[in-house]
Ligand binder design. Structure first.
Ligand code: ZN
Length: 164
């Protein structure tokens, strides 16, 4: 367990992660919520309340609330920057690509993860991988509920064990 995971990240990336942690994006309440989900990572105590607004299958607004460690908060903030304006399918591609990176595999060459690349060093800490993936697992949950015609994912996500 690393108590201050940010110090384990490359110096270059640390500032990017800390900036997202200190000034998280996507905190403004949405005027309309079309899908929502609640994610919980009991190992760390991270909690994500995710609201989305959609126009057709396009994500027009992202609101990320909750309490989390630096890595979880930064990952959620980066997600709030990346996915507005994307289709539901494109958001899924980002989620899959980031999951690959966190599991030590390369992202597809045509996927630009933006600031998320700053979290790549987290893959060396399997416990922290859960923190980084939680906002994305919660996103998948919200979109799944939305596809099913529900406005709310009522299940709490207990994130799966990361494969070493
Ligand atoms: Zn965490």
């Amino acid at each position: 367990m690393v108590d201050r995971p940010e110090v384990a990240l490359d110096e270059l990336y640390r500032e990017v992660v800390l900036d997202h942690y200190r000034h998280p994006r996507g905190r403004a309440p949405l005027s309309r919520v079309d899908a929502r989900a609640h994610g919980l990572n009991p190992v760390c105590g991270d909690e994500v309340h995710l609201h989305l607004s959609l126009d057709g299958d396009r994500i027009t607004g992202v609101e990320v609330q909750g309490r989390g460690c630096a890595i979880c908060t930064a990952s959620g903030s980066m997600m709030a920057e990346l996915i507005p304006g994307r289709s539901e399918a494109e958001a899924g591609v980002f989620a899959e690509a980031f999951r690959s990176v966190m599991h030590g595999k390369p992202a597809p060459p045509d996927v630009d993860l933006g600031d998320l690349e700053a979290l790549e060093g987290v893959k060396k800490f399997p416990v922290r991988v859960k923190c980084a993936l939680l906002p994305w697992v919660t996103l998948a949950d919200a979109l799944r509920a939305w596809r099913d015609g529900a406005t709310e994912a009522t299940t709490t996500t207990e994130i799966e064990e990361a494969k070493p």
